[in-house]
Structure formats: C-alpha cells, structure tokens
Design a protein around this ligand. Structure first.
Ligand code: AMP
Ligand code: TRP
Length: 345
C-alpha cells in the first residue's frame, strides 16, 4: 500500500477476496485468484476468503444447487492450499455486516459511478431495464464485503479492476463525508502472469464460468484425460510454429494465451517459455502444456473430490469461519453506526 493512498489509515493490513458460487471453477479462477490467495497466506498475510452467495442471486440461478456450489468453492479454496485454521473461509450470507454496510454505502455511492460499470453493461446487454436492482448494486455490495473488515489488499483477476476502483471511491467519499479516516482505500492485487486467462476457443474472450462452450475452459474438477483433450483441441492458427519471441504474438491471441498459461503454471516468463519452445510445432507444445496442467491440477482435483465427499469437514470450516468473520466485522459495524449518527441502545 502506498502511503500516498491512505495517508492516515494506520489499521492492520488485511487481505479479503470473494468468489461466486456459480458454475464450475476454472483455470482462470485458479491462476487469477485461488493461487494468489494461497501465496499470500504462505507469506504470512491475514486473509479472509468469502463465498459470495449474496452476489450469486443477482442473476437467475438454481436455488437447489446453491448449498452444493457454496461447498464446492470452499472445497476449492482448501484444496488449493488455504488452511481454514489460519485463513478465514466463510459464506457471505452468514455474516449480516455485508448487507448492512451495503445499505450505508448505497447512500454514499452515486448513480453516475455505477452507470459506468462495464460488468453490469456486459451482463445486462440491451436488457438493462429487466435486470435486477441487485445486479446494478453488485459493486456496492462488493465494496461492503471488503470494507466490513477494513481490508487493505484484495487479490483478484484483471476483470475486477474497475470494481476495486469503485470500492476505493466509496471508502474515500465515506471518509470525506464523515470527516473520519475510517476506511482504508483497498488496493487490488492483480499483477502476475495469471491475471487474465482467455478462452481456449477464442483468445480475445476471457475464460469464463458462463461460456456455454465446455471446451473453452479447463475446470478444476476435470480429470486428466479431459484436460489433455481440451488443450489438444484448443484453438491455434495457421500462422506456423511457435514464435521465437513475444513480438511473434502479434495477431496470435490464442498462442499468446497458451504461452501465458504455461508460464503462469511453471513460474516462467513468456520469454523463458519461448526460449524453450520457440520454433517448435504445437504437436510438441500442447502435450507439454497438458502434462504441466495435469501435474498442477490433479492433486487439487483429488483433494476437492475428497472434501466434497465429506461435506461435514467443509461445513465445519464454514461455520468456524463465519464466527471469526463476525468477530472482526461486528465491532467495525458498531463504529459505522456511531459514525453515521444512528441512535444506539
Ligand atoms: P468469479 O468466478 O467471477 O467469481 O471470479 C472469481 C475470481 O477469479 C475473481 O478474482 C476474478 O477476477 C478471477 N477470474 C475470473 N475469470 C478469470 C480469468 N479468465 N482470468 C483470470 N482471473 C479470472
Ligand atoms: N465480483 C467478484 C467476481 O465476480 C467477486 C467478489 C465479490 C469479490 N465480493 C468481492 C472479489 C470482494 C473481491 C473482493 O469475481
């Protein structure tokens, strides 16, 4: 955090992030988010990781699948290396502070700020009149998620940049309006090779849970054969072999993406990957990438399946996480109530 951003905020440094319990987690979620969570934990950060079920109901969803989807995200967090004893893992709807602070922030955020949000425009398309008010308000709830814990750092993929800027604007406006150095201005942690993983079928579109084409993404629960098949079938182009340097990515978004995935998994830069594979055919590169992906994902998949077969363990982690999350958020909410001027019993 740069001092210039939050000159007088002197509270503890704390990490917060959230993942929606909708659809299958994929390689983009892993490289853009989950892998970073684990690294931050291992670097000694206090982290709060939330399954954002309140966000998930802003769009049509399957009521009966929600519990299992929530467990699946928690299982993935644990399988990727989050330790529920060190980090807090919980479901958003089990801590009231999120919705309460969201309401206060609804009275801070301006319509014009929300009207600029590209995620709403993308999701609503031409039908914005028929979208839920919740979908429009989605980024305000996200700001409340983060700031209910006065979190200072937020690991996310690149698609969340604009939402994080809005969270900072809300925090700054609150501080200004109430003449309090109350909230930190949370900083997005986006940098890194996995910040934007693209579809395996179209290198200009991000890999997404909601893409109807199953072959466009690698799911965390795919078995080794499926992963290998999807990589083998991934789109490349007719422009020849692997380029020898990153200049050769020009006009080849799919190739750039595959090299980026390889690098993110292996901890190598694009240049290092191309030093090894430049000039080679995709018949060589794709099997190597498939092997690398399987090597990374199969222990995670196995652990996820094990946990999903034993929901008691997941539920215990979620229950304990909710209690610890409340213990942090409730005193902050009490201060918020006093700061905005409510009568207190
Ligand atoms: P979501 O699935 O939208 O709840 O996203 C959960 C996390 O994964 C967020 O931090 C996203 O920014 C991140 N994420 C989602 N898709 C991608 C992608 N294709 N590449 C990198 N990060 C992603
Ligand atoms: N909007 C995020 C996404 O779609 C999920 C999210 C909700 C989140 N609340 C958050 C991420 C708070 C970081 C911090 O990916």
């Amino acid at each position: 955090m740069s001092e210039q951003d939050t000159p007088t905020y002197a509270g503890p440094q704390r990490v917060f992030s959230g993942i929606q319990p909708t659809g299958n987690l994929h390689l983009g979620n892993y490289l853009g988010a989950l892998k970073k969570f684990t690294r931050l934990q291992d670097d000694g950060w206090d982290g709060i990781y939330c399954v954002v079920d309140l966000h998930a109901i802003t769009m049509p969803y399957d009521t009966g699948a929600m519990v299992s989807q929530t467990r699946q995200i928690a299982a993935a967090m644990i399988a990727c290396g989050l330790d529920p004893k060190r980090s807090i893992i919980f479901a958003q709807s089990s801590v009231r502070a999120h919705t309460e602070l969201c309401w206060v922030f609804n009275c801070i955020a301006r319509m014009g700020w929300l009207e600029k949000m590209t995620q709403f425009k993308d999701k609503a398309g031409k039908n914005s009149e028929r979208m839920s008010v919740g979908l429009f308000d989605y980024p305000v709830l996200q700001a409340a998620d983060i700031l209910a814990y006065k979190a200072t750092h937020v690991p996310v993929g690149e698609d969340q940049q604009q939402h994080l800027e809005l969270s900072r604007d809300i925090a700054a406006r609150f501080n200004e309006q109430y003449e309090a150095d109350f909230f930190p201005l949370p900083e997005a942690l986006i940098e890194g090779p996995g910040a934007r993983i693209m579809s395996l079928k179209d290198g200009t579109k991000k890999m997404s849970k909601s893409d109807p084409a199953e072959n466009s993404r690698i799911n965390l629960i795919d078995d080794a054969d499926t992963i290998a098949k999807k990589i083998k079938k991934s789109k490349t182009d007719m422009l020849g072999d692997m380029p020898s340097d990153t200049g050769g990515f020009e006009g080849r978004p799919e190739v750039k993406n595959l090299v980026g995935i390889y690098g993110a998994l292996a901890g190598m830069s694009d240049d290092e990957v191309l030093a090894e594979y430049g000039g080679k055919g995709f018949g060589v590169f794709k099997p190597a990438l498939a092997e690398l992906a399987v090597e990374h994902l199969s222990p995670i998949t196995a652990r996820m399946r094990e946990l999903m077969d034993n929901p008691d363990e997941i539920d215990a982690a979620l229950r304990d996480g909710a209690e610890r999350a409340k213990a942090i958020a409730e005193p902050i909410m009490e201060e918020v109530r006093q700061t905005v001027g409510f009568w207190r019993p």
